[in-house]
Write a protein that binds this ligand. Structure first.
Ligand SMILES: C[S@@+](CC[C@H](N)C(=O)[O-])C[C@H]1O[C@@H](n2cnc3c(N)ncnc32)[C@H](O)[C@@H]1O
Length: 303
């Protein structure tokens, strides 16, 4: 018998688990199989206690009620895994910078179309989109070192040489990580993958932390987007969606890859996580592989 006076934790029945799993899947595409049921149970229990609800069924009823909309958002935030780092999977980033970007600059310059749009879908706390911003800024500078512009640039030289316009959209389903990304302030620990050259050029030291410089911040825009929804940002040259699809089941992965196809410009590129692949999900992309980095390029259908 409990002597502490605390009420025993409510039991999660099979039926309640199924209802909650289905609701979460319908809302954000996350799929909790047997290996992740323990994690789901733990997070649900935390929210139950916070809301002072005494059964999983009552909690489910709250979530589907109009009054439970905010709580549903909080639950989803508690279920996301936000692990990330700067310069994650270097070989893939080399492929992006040295081959994909180079080709984009070359082709767009020839067409006199000077805008590049990159989307980091499932950006977590911002390390991925800021990494992409640093890589694009350096790649453009290097491109113009070899192909000088006909005009003198004003001093100090802008991060993105005109007439180019670079836009990096960073989106996530979790408002808390989006706020952290927008602040752009990182601890020494979080900076472990950022070498001193990048630190010097793109960060200011503020106390113990590193703050992303204003010029770099200006090309990254953080916004809420749920990848489960149909209407997603269009006209991207490149989409990075790494370590997100692995939490979806195969049916949802197929739907997402189909949506990404439509969100990309012709011949656009999609980068997925190291442990993820498009194999068996689509025949609309061709795989590019270089020095252990992989990307997928949109295949264009001839009219
Ligand atoms: C493991 S992090 C990956 C971060 C970064 N892409 C990387 O690879 O380092 C996965 C991110 O996907 C987000 N996410 C999960 N489901 C999502 C959905 N349905 N829509 C948008 N973002 C989602 C999570 O909130 C989380 O921040």
């Amino acid at each position: 018998m409990s002597t502490s006076g605390a009420a025993p934790a409510p039991l999660l029945t099979e039926a309640e688990l199924k209802l909650l799993q289905a609701l979460i899947y319908q809302e954000c595409g996350m799929h909790f199989d047997e290996r992740r049921t323990h994690f789901l149970h733990d997070r649900l229990l935390r929210r139950l206690k916070e809301c002072r609800v005494d059964s999983f069924y009552s909690y489910y009823r709250l979530l589907i009620s109009p009054a439970g909309k905010d709580e549903l958002g909080r639950l989803l935030e508690n279920l996301t895994v936000n692990e990330t780092s700067f310069f994650r999977h270097k070989a893939q980033l080399d492929l992006f910078q040295k081959h994909v970007l180079e080709e984009i600059f070359r082709q767009k310059s020839a067409r006199r179309e000077y805008s590049v749009r990159i989307w980091s879908a499932g950006c977590s706390t911002g390390q991925e989109p800021y990494t992409l911003a640093m890589l694009v800024a350096d790649a453009l500078a290097y491109y113009y070192l070899r192909n000088p512009l006909p005009v003198e640039l004003p001093l100090p030289k802008p991060l993105i040489p005109p007439p180019w316009k670079v836009e990096i959209l960073a989106s996530d389903i979790n408002y808390t990580v989006l706020r952290t990304g927008q602040e752009g302030s990182y601890s020494e620990n979080q900076m472990s993958m950022v070498d001193f050259g990048y630190r010097l050029r793109y960060f200011d030291k503020v106390g113990e932390r590193y703050a992303v410089k204003k010029a770099l911040k200006e090309i990254v825009h953080f916004d809420f987007h749920n990848l489960k929804t149909e209407y997603l940002p269009q006209r991207n040259d490149v989409i990075f969606c790494r370590n997100v699809m692995m939490y979806f089941d195969e049916a949802e992965q197929k739907r997402l890859v189909e949506k990404f196809y439509r969100c990309l410009n012709a011949h656009g590129h999609l980068f997925v996580g190291h442990a993820e692949s498009l194999l068996g999900l689509t025949s609309k992309f061709q795989m590019l592989h270089k020095d252990s980095g992989t990307a997928y390029q949109r295949i264009e259908v001839r009219a």
